[in-house]
Design a protein around this ligand. Structure first.
Ligand code: MLT
Length: 405
């Protein structure tokens, strides 16, 4: 008789965005005449940029020709893409990263969930609170988080670093020393970020405490301020303490295409001197057969001159939405954060409503979907997230509906 993995059984309820999708579907079925505006999950709505579409078509044509057909991709990624990433995302920013430290994957969500496999179950994680739920959930699945406390909605073996209005959404160094520190900057869900100086302090802290930082930079394309780092490797000493995860979903509209990459520097060594880069390569070789050639060619086009120009326009489009939401809500008397270096607006719920009560209220009264802050962690209670990834028209329509409440 087989047994279900008991770590999975500890997870309370379904994944945040699955719960939201179920609630919205139920509402939509019960109210077929209502036009719902979805500003919940951070899913892009603009079509793929022309340079990317062309690269996809060309790659499909190559696959249709016996002389250029490709089978399995190299499990660590094609050299043409790793080289392009290295030059554009790292060398151009003065970061000391080499191509063989870049691992191409089918997306940042998988990498964020899988990266914890490199560490022992007894290693302790520290997360910002609120936090992208994949980090904690995937560590629970690995048996690393201890027991769940229903009252506090926290895990006994997780170190929480609250980021709230009171501390300007800047995590403070925890009292207990973690082994693994998750940082997502610009932040999902709060839409806020750290200055480069503040990030350097985290790198110094990690090096001093022999901890590793798992740095999720999925939203780096949305940074508009000069004093914010695009990569953690802009900080001195990051090569010995940081893994960086990148996505093509938000900067290039690949949510339906799927492509991402992770950087693990050769200088990142465990306490026993084990190369984490070699371990991740071993894992990739065993569990992954490479991101498809077609997607990797599309990824290469992201860095072409036309691709860069078209994607700058796409990012500007979403940031115009972010500004409209932020200013519109502020004018209507709401307390709002984020939306400057990130496509997320983080707002206080009105009248001290709970996050989920406000979710239901907004869905029922305005037919607008957002994401309840408490779904990202206990310190998210009383907050609510709206995404700037909708169409401009829908964004304005949602705002009008919220203002009329
Ligand atoms: C979010 O809405 O938080 C993200 O879109 C989810 C994701 O990227 O997996």
């Amino acid at each position: 008789m087989f047994h279900a993995n008991e770590n999975y059984l500890k997870l309370p309820g379904s994944y945040l965005f699955s719960t939201i999708a179920r609630k919205v579907n139920e509402f939509s079925q019960a109210n077929p005449d209502k036009e719902i505006i979805r500003l919940g999950i951070g899913d892009v709505t603009q079509p793929l940029a022309p340079a990317i579409v062309k690269a996809l078509h060309d790659a499909v044509d190559e696959m249709a020709d016996a002389s250029t057909f490709k089978g399995y991709a190299p499990d660590l990624g094609y050299d043409f893409l790793r080289k392009t990433i290295c030059e554009n995302d790292y060398k151009a920013r003065g970061c000391d990263i080499t191509e063989d430290e870049i691992f191409v994957s089918d997306g940042a969500k998988s990498d964020s969930g899988n990266i914890q496999e490199l560490f022992m179950p007894g290693d302790r994680i520290a997360v910002c609170d609120p936090v992208y739920p994949v980090y904690v959930d995937s560590n629970v699945m690995a048996g690393r988080c201890g027991d769940y406390n229903k009252d506090t909605e926290t895990w006994s073996n997780v170190i929480y670093m609250p980021t709230t209005m009171e501390n300007g959404f800047v995590p403070e160094f925890p009292k207990e020393t973690p082994d693994i520190i998750y940082l997502c900057l610009p932040n999902n869900p709060t839409g806020t970020t750290l200055t480069k100086t503040q990030l350097q302090e985290w790198v110094d802290y990690a090096n001093k405490n022999n901890a590793v930082i798992i740095y999720d930079a999925a939203y780096e394309a949305y940074i508009s301020e000069d004093n914010v780092a695009h990569s953690i490797y802009e900080c001195d000493g990051a090569r010995t303490c940081a893994i960086e995860i990148r996505s093509f979903s938000k900067n290039a509209g690949f949510t339906g295409v799927r492509l991402g990459f992770t950087v693990v520097p050769k200088d990142l060594k465990s306490k026993d001197g084990v190369s984490m880069r070699d371990l991740w390569a071993r894992r990739h070789g065993t569990k992954f057969n490479g991101a498809p050639y077609i997607q990797q060619k599309a990824g290469e086009a992201v860095y072409s001159e036309e691709g860069k120009k078209q994607l700058r326009e796409q990012v500007a489009y979403y940031m115009k939405n972010a500004a409209a939401i932020k200013n519109g809500l502020k004018d209507a008397g709401f307390t709002v954060f984020g939306g400057v270096n990130a496509p997320y607006i983080w707002m206080k719920t009105p009248d001290k409503m709970s996050s989920w009560d406000f979710f239901d209220y907004l869905l029922e009264k305005a037919n607008v979907v957002g994401t309840p802050g408490s779904g990202f962690g206990p310190s998210g209670e009383g907050y609510f997230r709206l995404t700037a990834f909708g169409s401009y028209e829908n964004t304005l329509a949602a705002l009008e509906r919220i203002k009329k409440l």
